[in-house]
Unconditional design. Structure first.
Length: 165
């Protein structure tokens, strides 16, 4: 994988079966009216906006952005899909994939907690992960027994085993 901050990209037709989803949130809501409209649009005109994927070390690609588009393309039985293939680090992929989805639909506290854990595992500090999830629009109520902190005048998740923010 590329170093954080340095990315290269190319547009390719990739095998739909070679694209693997990252599980930081639940499955796509296929009963949503917006999803139905997206699926209809792709069926009528094809995929207008490519997926964003990154190469996986074990082969294939990891989906960074475009879960709803990928789900619709799979339902429609396409063998390949247009994708921007970009070398991204774990943190870049998490933030790049989370932002558009959350601007559209928000997330649950469980999804926020999962993404914070993945951000920390990818090299973010706990306070940075808290700030990122707050900026992305996650529920800012701290879990029971944990205290909230203000980041730029806005509450953010904060958990710190040492008890200091």
């Amino acid at each position: 994988m590329a170093d954080e901050g340095r990315s290269t990209e190319r547009v390719e037709e990739v095998e739909v079966g070679a694209v693997h989803e990252r599980r930081w949130r639940g499955t796509v809501d296929v009963d949503d009216r917006g999803y139905a409209a997206l699926r209809h649009s792709i069926a009528a005109m094809g995929l207008i906006r490519p997926l964003l994927v990154r190469p996986r070390s074990e082969g294939g690609y990891e989906l960074v952005r475009g879960a709803r588009r990928l789900s619709a393309v799979r339902e429609l039985g396409a063998g390949t899909v247009a994708a921007v293939v970009r070398e991204l680090g774990d943190r870049e992929a998490l933030v790049g994939g989370a932002w558009p989805a959350l601007m559209r639909s928000g997330c649950s506290p469980d999804e926020a907690a999962e993404l914070r854990e993945q951000l920390v595992a990818a090299g973010s500090s706990a306070s940075e992960a808290a700030a990122l999830t707050a900026v992305l629009g996650f529920d800012s109520s701290p879990p029971r027994g944990e205290r909230a902190v203000e980041l730029r005048g806005r509450p953010a998740w904060a958990w710190n085993p040492a008890g200091s923010a």
